[in-house]
Design a protein around this ligand. Sequence first.
Ligand code: NAD
Ligand code: DAU
Length: 364
Amino acid sequence: MDYRRSIIITGGAGFIGSHVVRMFVNSYPDYRIINVDKLTYAGNLANLKDIEDCPNYIFIKADICDFEKMVEIFSQYEVDGVIHLAAETHVDRSIRDPFTFARTNVLGTLSLLQAARHTWELRPEKYEGKRFYHISTDEVYGALELDTPQGEPPYGTSFFTETTKYDPHSPYSASKAASDHFVRSFHDTYGMPTVVTNCSNNYGPYQFPEKLIPLFINNIRKGKPLPVYGRGENVRDWLYVEDHARAIDLIFHKGETAQTYNIGGFNEWKNIDLIKVIIATVDRILGNPEGHSLGLITFVADRAGHDLRYAIDSSKLKEELGWEPSLQFEEGIEKTVRWYLENQEWMDNVTSGEYQKYYEEMYK
Ligand code: NAD
Ligand code: DAU
């Protein structure tokens, strides 16, 4: 079949990437979707079981740092679009092992940009009809104050906008900031049609259970302690993952070249309040008495350099492209908790490491 477009989605076996791949494969049968993923500990092809046999879907196990392999994929499939999500993503891991973050997030992004440039500049039409879309994070902007007097959200008077100065604090956010700069430099220097988005904390199905929400749901189910960093006063702005995927679809097709768009939920939560909602939801669904699991809350040493508050102003995206989150938080968290409790096998395979053995055999 002749496909209308050929799009690489990197990191498609991860949490957000799997939702984006599913959305594109199902919504655009006339696009060839090429999922390029190294399958690190965070990549799990079980996240894509429902679409793996679709004719417009291809999976390639590859490291984005492998420049020659990237060039080969671009040429072989006549790629005209990139949605780049592959990254090392966990802040705590970046504190222990910053090199891996610099390698994948900075050098990997550069290798992908160079492969795109190398391939596209050789074609007669060059950059016409091409798009390199880089997915980034609100963490590059640093941290906001908690400076409102009342105890209700929003917890501060300032928000991250697209013009907020970069001020990353963790090795993770520093590596994402560097990759954002490289992407923009490829537009300014070579004329590559790039676009960058910076999104707030995502939640929903298929998130690796090292991140707060799936970790805590699983620990509550198992009666294990819930390690709350510091006093649980830090604030995050939570967005349901399918709403992020919808924004990515919209921006990939309609976003303006060389622009940045912030994506967020206008949905701030102090960690400790969010944790209480998770506990109440899990207890209710499992039929436990109210307050049953509150005793699992365990305050532990704070994360080094822990950013106090993130809050995204996504009004540019709303005004220019009409995007808004579609799901209320209460509905999103209910769906999420139910998904993890109903997909015990997925969770057990991930926590035991079984998922990696199966796919290692397949893609040796
Ligand atoms: P994730 O950790 O769940 O998945 C990352 C994926 O990238 C995995 O499938 C992994 O195998 C793959 N990968 C890692 N290194 C690779 C390499 N060298 N080559 C090829 N593939 C590699 O990540 P996520 O939470 O889904 O985040 C996806 C993207 O979105 C990241 O760029 C992240 O910075 C960004 N982001 C995440 C959030 C969030 O809340 N999770 C919020 C804003 C932005
Ligand atoms: O803001 C977007 C970012 O959100 C993404 O760019 C990152 O890839 C993603 O991991 C996420 O980063 P956070 O550090 O905010 O997410 P995490 O789930 O690790 O932690 C959320 C908050 O909960 C944070 O304030 C730290 C706290 N926390 C986390 C864990 C894992 C705890 O108190 N205890 C924990 O065990």
